[in-house]
Design a protein around this ligand. Sequence first.
Ligand code: SF4
Length: 380
Amino acid sequence: MNTLTQAKRIHFVQAALPRWYRRRRRDLPWRGRRDPYVVWVAEIMLQQTRAATAGPYFERFCRRFPDIAALARAPLDSVLKAWEGLGYYGRARNLHRAARRVVGEFGGRLPGTAQQLLKLPGIGRYTAGAVASIAFGADEPVLDGNVSRVLCRLFAVGTELKAAATQKRLWSLARRMIPPGEAGAFNQALMDLGATVCLPRSPQCPACPLKKICLAHARNRQQELPRRSPPRRLPHQTIVAGVIRKAGRVLIGRRPEEGLLGGLWEFPGGKVEKGETLTAALRREVREEVGIRVRVAGPLMTLRHAYSHFRITLHVFECRRLAGRAMALGCAAVRWVRPPELGRYAFPAANRKIIAALRRQAGAAKPRLRGRARAQRPAK
Ligand code: SF4
């Protein structure tokens, strides 16, 4: 089998993979549904999220926004709230923007070709291929992390995965492999094989339906393929944030829609400049962002968080407003809210940890208050 031509290998995959898929396909909430909207939402969620994590979000999202018109009508805030916890919020913003374009330009029906889909915000080559093939039956290939890994191993592609030439070769292989008229099921079969059998660290070759023609398996090169670029060291930022209190409420600001975590709410704060102390940085950031002067009362917590391109250490302080009226200077909106109402807003992960700490703090304070009230009650 080591000497087979590429055409024969492809022919083998076209016959063996669909057989395996019929018996072993994953039972996922979006499987078997051809509604283009549903396929689109699922594929956007799967861009940077594992299927097991995306599943419950997908079901909640489709209940909340059952079709494109409902998504287009919804305010961005409620879309971000439904996405809260999935991360990579640009996906939700683009999905929302694209739904509005589909309603405005295509009468509420998602276009059916990969070329048209590619013109919508947030739809790249992979998503266009997945939606066109699964929802519309078009013979379009897909190439995500799972499919890339399978192809690199099957055909012993040893060049660096991210290199343009490698990507071109993989896309061409993915296209040539499609059995005509079967792209939807075939693409999903390739994804499932990558997700359940051809695993990154421990490929399950004995259980693989393609082991007879797999070059990496024959040459014992599974561990070295695909060839990845050396990992980059993520830059680190020190950030400060303030829980600013006034008359039982806390101040939150909404990030501008464009950019990282756009449209999400957060506690005011920002980056510590070189040579600045944490508290001086917080006072400056609060003044620049929401226009008020604060007294930094004391530390609340310190937490670490990693984003895709950098890591942060976030120092959170309790603050009191000294002067000024909160205004959206460096953010899109500001609001004073009672702590129990914070759950109505969409916050990034690091800020949700602050909210959890505030809830714990409030929970710990209640029994003390109740105890004190009892102690103060006059004896009968
Ligand atoms: S034989 Fe092993 S390396 Fe080759 S495709 Fe199957 S699981 Fe992956």
